[in-house]
Design a protein around this ligand. Structure first.
Ligand SMILES: Nc1nc2c(ncn2[C@@H]2O[C@H](COP(=O)(O)OP(=O)(O)OP(=O)(O)O)[C@@H](O)[C@H]2O)c(=O)[nH]1
Length: 381
């Protein structure tokens, strides 16, 4: 079916993988039944295979488009989201309350609102769109803070709806390769760990590649996630060639018939050119094993950095073909509005958001819930 399947080599003995943990309901699914395409590992070194540890709680990170986004009770999910976004929400709702208490919508209030939206990281384009549309329907009339919030939630929801797309894992790829890139500290390793947990809970075999060979702590952090989730980790010593490691990991995951390979990468090298060379080399080299890989290139962005996230998207898009975003640390940020300006500017799918450091704090991204929560409203569910 695929080129890389036709070029497959004879199977070799695969490292042991742990059994699934079916007791945990999840939404992760592969799109179609996998085909067998085992190939032998070409590099001699054995991967570090983590011991088995069953996940302790459910996670919903991604889904095929037809699958339900959330398996946990809505109240639970929404309250977690609200709690996570509370800093961003307070900033917006306090500001709206201050501007619109017993005041008519005039040039001055519109200007104040526009300024507030820009400060809340929604971006000048969104601020202009909201104030322009509001002025068209309500200019000269008294508007309550609640009306403004509803109007704003509606506008935000419209901008976010097209980008709120779950990560689709294609079962035709064995494994489906996910390359995770991003500035150091933005949450790459944590996100990988949480995805691994979700996929393992769905009964999928997952392999992890500790491609951040720049930092010893990053390797051990991934190994801990491997232990927690029962996912074999391919790792090497600090300073090892990351592309070689990714190649080896893909060969081994493929030989083992794994469903998914999640590749961690360094977020900082000596300079931008060094990082670009390394990431491009990883992509080039894994294509030698599977010309269609990586099937997903995820960029993690730390929401607390606000508008800086925009330049990170630009930089990483220049380096590799980023085709999905994960926004992390929305819980510690008063700058959750940045997600809106990112959606408007880049239109890249937002697969999930991080609202805490806990294992179940990476959640599927739902446009309406996010929009309502951001402005402190119940989304009616
Ligand atoms: N509050 C909060 N913390 C998070 C979230 N996601 C990750 N973190 C924390 O952010 C820190 C950095 O996360 P990592 O996963 O190590 O980030 P990284 O991009 O892999 O970093 P490097 O390995 O340095 O490249 C850790 O302390 C995580 O626990 C989130 O959604 N909310």
């Amino acid at each position: 079916m695929f080129d890389w399947i036709k070029r497959k080599k004879p199977a070799a003995e695969a490292p042991a993988v742990v059994p699934p943990t079916p007791e945990i309901p999840v939404a992760v699914e592969l799109v179609s039944p996998p085909e067998q395409s085992p190939a032998p590992p070409e590099m001699a070194e054995e991967p570090v295979v983590a011991p088995i540890t069953a996940p302790k709680s459910a996670l919903v990170l991604d889904a095929v488009p037809t699958a339900p986004v959330e398996e946990a009770p809505q109240g639970n999910w929404l309250s977690r989201l609200r709690r996570g976004l509370s800093k961003s929400t307070t900033r917006l709702t306090d500001g709206i309350g201050g501007i619109f208490t017993k005041r008519k919508l005039d040039d001055e209030t519109l200007e104040e609102l526009e300024e507030l939206l820009i400060q809340a990281d929604l971006g000048p384009a969104m601020a202009a769109r909201v104030t322009g549309d509001l002025a068209k329907s309500r200019f000269g009339k008294e508007v309550s803070p609640d009306e403004v919030k509803r109007f704003l939630a509606d506008e935000i929801g419209k901008v976010l709806a097209p980008v709120a797309r779950p990560l689709v894992l294609d079962g035709n790829h064995k494994p489906h390769v996910v390359l995770v890139v991003g500035v150091n500290g933005t949450g790459k390793t944590t996100t990988i760990g949480k995805y691994a947990r979700e996929l393992r809970a769905a009964g999928k075999t997952v392999w992890l590649a500790a491609g951040d060979t720049f930092r010893a702590a990053a390797v051990s952090q991934l190994q801990i996630w491997g232990e927690r989730t029962g996912a074999p980790v391919v790792a090497k010593e600090t300073g090892a060639d990351a592309a070689g490691l990714a190649y080896e990991a893909l060969e081994k995951a493929r030989a083992a018939g794994a469903d998914v390979l999640l590749i961690d990468t360094a977020g900082r090298l000596q300079n931008k050119q060094g990082l670009m060379d390394e990431l491009r080399k990883i992509v080039r080299v894994i294509k030698k094993v599977d010309p269609t890989a990586p099937h997903t290139t995820l960029l993690t962005l730390d929401a607390t950095t606000g508008q800086n996230a925009h330049s990170q998207v630009e930089v990483f898009k220049e380096m590799v073909s980023v085709n999905g975003l994960i926004l992390t640390k929305l819980d510690g940020s008063a700058r959750g509005g940045v997600l809106v300006s990112l959606a408007q500017k880049f239109g890249l799918p937002v697969h999930a958001i991080g609202v805490g450091e806990g294992i179940d704090d990476l959640r599927p991204f739902d446009a309406q819930s996010f929009a309502a929560s951001l402005v402190g409203l119940d989304d009616g569910r």
